[in-house]
Design a protein around this ligand. Structure first.
Ligand code: GTP
Ligand code: MG
Length: 203
């Protein structure tokens, strides 16, 4: 899929205030600093579209970016950044939960996992919660450029084996690097295939 346009539309903390035009949307979630905002910039080839930072806790709002005038990429705040303080953590948690559970046009949630890490409890529990709530999701293993491709694949396979202990069927998954643009075509093709299937359902 070609990206012909990508524009920032709105940032806010409330689901009710998100765009009302009913276009399908694809949201990005995961621990702070895992690379959600960078991935949005990589996919759209707009390096400054979503704000990124080497310090965790950069994205604090629900950010809508309209692509090709037909669908949205949604950048969400990260979870699991404890040094924010309890109140702020709870507030962010609420924003994330409300968006995920209430936003009907959210057709797929991408859960980002740093491909270098062992499976973390916080991510496993988060995906379990998604499953319990029937939220459609896929996984993107990020920062693949930080490992050799063999090591990245080994880690991903290890992760998938861990997931298989918990899940009967594994979610679709991708390996990405925003630095090297790895995974871009695969992720965009996947989004495109969902967009197409939604269109056939509509007609
Ligand atoms: P929050 O908004 O704080 O939740 O973080 P985020 O998940 O949006 O992360 P962000 O995209 O801001 O990236 C965090 C840091 O990781 C930045 O310093 C990025 O440059 C770096 N980074 C993101 N993706 C990659 C990648 O694929 N490879 C490498 N080497 N660095 C990356
Ligand atoms: Mg961010």
């Amino acid at each position: 899929m070609e990206i012909l346009s990508a524009e920032f539309v709105v940032s806010n903390t409330k689901v009710e205030k998100c765009p009302q035009d009913n276009l399908p949307e694809y949201a990005f979630i995961g621990r702070s600093n895992v690379g959600k905002s960078s991935l949005i910039n990589m996919l759209t080839k707009r390096p400054k579209l979503a704000m990124t930072s080497s310090t965790p806790g950069k994205t604090l709002l629900i950010n809508h970016f309209q692509v090709n005038k037909e669908w949205y990429l949604v950048d969400l705040p990260g979870y699991g950044y404890a040094s924010r303080g309890k109140k702020q953590v709870e507030k962010i948690q609420q924003i994330i939960e409300d968006y995920i559970l209430e936003r009907e046009q959210m057709t797929n949630l991408f859960v980002l996992i740093d491909c270098r890490l062992e499976p973390q409890k916080i991510d496993l529990e988060f995906m379990e919660w998604l499953g319990e709530n029937g939220v459609p999701f896929s996984i993107i293993f990020t920062k693949a450029d930080k490992l050799t491709s063999g090591k990245a694949k080994d880690n991903v396979n290890k992760y998938l084996r861990k997931l298989a202990e918990q899940w009967e069927e594994l979610p679709p998954y991708f390996i990405s690097s925003s630095e090297k643009k790895t995974g871009r075509n695969e992720i965009l093709d996947y989004i495109d295939s969902i967009n197409r299937s939604l269109k056939t359902q509509d007609s």
